[in-house]
Every structure is written in C-alpha cells, then in structure tokens.
Design a protein around this ligand. Sequence first.
Ligand code: GLU
Length: 497
Amino acid sequence: MSVRVRFAPSPTGQLHVGNARTALFNWLLARGSGGTFVLRIEDTDAERSTRESERTMIDDLRWLGLTWDEGPDVGGPHGPYRQSERQSHYDTAADRLVAAGRAYPCFCTPAMLDADRQAALAAGLPPKYSGRCRELGADEIARRRAAGERPALRFAVPASREVVVHDLVRGDVSFSTDVIGDPIIVRSDGSPAYNFAVVVDDTEMEISQVVRGEDHLSNTPRQVLIYEALGRTPPLFAHLALVLGPDHAPLSKRHGATSVAEFRARGYLPEALVNYLGLLGWSPGGDEEIVSTEEMARRFDVSRVGHSAAVFDVDKLAWINRHYMKAAEPARIARAALPFFERDGRVRAATAAALDYVASILPLAVGSVDRLDEIPARVAFLFAWDAARAAALVGEESEGGRAVAAWADVIETREPLIDRERFRAAAAAARERSGLKGRALFHPLRVALTAEASGPELDLAVPAIERGAALAPDADVAPVPSCLARLRAVAGMTGKA
Ligand code: GLU
C-alpha cells in the first residue's frame, strides 16, 4: 500500500514548532517512501480560523522546504483540501450514520450540558454526556425540529467495549468505551466537529498513516469507533510526544519563541530548524547532530520515534544554526541577513552592491555568531565607530600615537587596501617606517579602526572598511569611514599627529 500522510493544521495562529515537527515527520515519511504528503486545512472552527493564519502557515512550511503534493493551493485528486469547503462530504457521512442508527440528534442546550457536568463533578464522576437524547422517538424529534429547535448530532458510542488503538510510537493503547460520552459529530449550526471531520477526510483522502501530536491520542478511540461505524478500516496511528520547555511544561510563549515565524525572524536558517526538529524525539541511529534533510528522509522510521517527551534545547538549535551559516553560500546568507542590516539602518535598500558588500563582510561575523540577526552587531564598527574611545585606547599604548601616524602616512600614499595582499604590503611599509612590529604595530591600528580591544582579524577588517568606504552612494549602504579618515581623526584627538 502506498504511503499517504497528511499534515492537518488548524489555522488559528502561528505555526508552532511542535506542529512543524509533526509536519516534518509526515514529510520525511512520505519522501523516504516515495509516498504522498497532503496538506489539509482544518478550519471548521469558523470563529478562530483565519485565512491570514492559513497563509502564514503555508508560507512557513514552504520556508522550511516541506513541500506537499496535494493541498488547498496545489489541488489534487481528493480535494477540496479545506474543511470549510467539504461540507457536502460531512453531510453525506452524517446521513449514513443516522440511517445506520449510529448517530442521533441531540437537543440539549449548553446550559443543560453544563448543569450535567457540574453534577457529575460534584458526584466525583468523570463528566460525560448523559445520553438524554439517545432514545428520543421519531415523533418528538420531528416535533422539536418543526418548532425550530436545531439539534446537534451525536455519535452513539457502544457500551462496554474495549477499543485498542495500535500506535506505532506507543504500542497498543486501550480505552474503555464506558468512559467515553457520545461525542458531538455535527454542531447545531451544521458544521462538523473535529473527531468526525478528521475521520471523513482521512478516509476519503486515503490516508495510510496518521502522524500527529500526542494531545490527540485520547481522541483516537472515538475516531476508531467512527471508522468502524462507517465500515472503514482505520489508518495506522503514530502519536508524537509533545515538545516541552526546559521546565518540562509544554513549550509555550513563556519559554520564549515558539513559532516558526519567530525563529525565522530571529535569524535561524530553515535547514537548521529542520535538522534540529528532525532530531527532536527521533534519531537516525548513532550520535550525529548534523543530518541533511535528504539523509533524514532516507533513514526516517516512525516506529523509532521515542515516546518520551522532548525538551526543546535552544542552545543546540543555535549550535546547529551556526554550522549551517558557515556551510551556506555567502550570497544566500547575505540575502537572508539583509533584513537585519536594514533594520539597523546599515543598508537602506537591497541593491546588488549592498548584497555584494554584505556577502563580502560575512567572514568577519559568521563563525562567531549563532544567528543571522547577530551579524550586524559584529560588524557595527564598519559604520559607526567611536572616535573618542578609539583615541583613548590608542593613548593607552606606549607607542600608540607613533604607530597610528605611521599607518596613516603609509595608507595615504597607497591605493585603498581593499584586499589582504595590499594590507600586508602596507603593513610591511608601516613596520619599516615606524620601526615597530608585532603587537606594538598592530594593536594601535586595531583600536584606532574599531574602537575595540579585540575583534575580527585585521587582514579581514581593513579590506572590509576600505571596500565599504569605496561604495558609491547609490549602493544604499550607510557611510563607512575609510581607514585613513579614522586614523587621521584619532591622530588629531591624541594630539600626536
Ligand atoms: N487540526 C488538528 C490540530 O491542529 C489536527 C489533528 C490531526 O492531525 O488529526 O491539532
């Protein structure tokens, strides 16, 4: 049987990383087996579902690279793929259940149900639907409908049965139907409830494996009973343990970032997030930490997913992100980092020259930062450097003033030091001119140019400054003062020029 899996988000907010992991595991299962990955939008909760949320989820899934074969935007043979557009499918299935005596109209009002609940709780019993409307006669049903009452539809759960859910992650889990109240399958406004819609859709979309969060495990016996009542074989199930925060509570806002959009906005690369989420609760065997998506797909096996909850470890994600930042093409990282330069006002528009410049300065930062959003701060000295602080630091060096003057004189007579070779040639000349060498020669240059006592290698920093200073105004990059301008300013302030 060919593998058909689905990711079925409710579009009621951002895509949570726990759900993104669910999407990823489904995707890996499909891609590793030549199967089909379906995206289905579960938007039957009209009050909470929005198109905006659907759009952002689709955007985030695409950004992660989790492409689907069938879905609301790409179509497919089992559409529509939005539950709000599948009403006729639910109506037909509901009619079948009613005709088979497996579902019945329920006229109980919310107030009555609430009173039942309170009474059950007071008596120390699990709250479960009383079954009040189960035995209503056809006449009464007709009379109440005629009087304008709009019933919900409930599924009649068979009494005293053991329902066994065969779960690929958790093994067999059994539930007694005695604790399961008759669930509403169609609300009084005609919209299908989750447990019903999901069965109709998974059946009609020929889903072979349902891989989803453990929070749905307790729904599964209801769904299994509905499959049975519709004369269908349930798919295989795999319930993934929840993603927890460091305090072992489900990962939520108070732990910090929880949505894919937030991680994206903080400068994580999609392949890093995918790599990290893939290893959250699953391991390809061995202790590899860097595993490409293709490799994961090749080795993924849902029965080897752990059943204990997984703690989200931001430090490990950061470490993985650092790896992928180093491995990626500079031009791509420049494009991805550009919004952060724009945010800081260092770049005003994404011109080709700005992108080239950002790509060229990446070696100053990548390797020492965890995220793209940290890059601009690492290279801030290019755009804004504190002349007074630079002069003060130079003043702390015994030969600082002399070194700075020698560097300035040498640089003045040369072409801009836009590459490492020119910088090295200039350094040889400055050594000759000043008679200084080593730290006495280079440290004053560093503090004069960057106003920091430590930082990137000078043979990277100097060319980065000079290339920035040479940019035309239409590059739309904030002004970068040249090395000479910096040295002259510092020399003027230390009064030793
Ligand atoms: N719409 C459900 C959710 O987002 C999907 C559950 C399922 O996969 O069956 O939790």
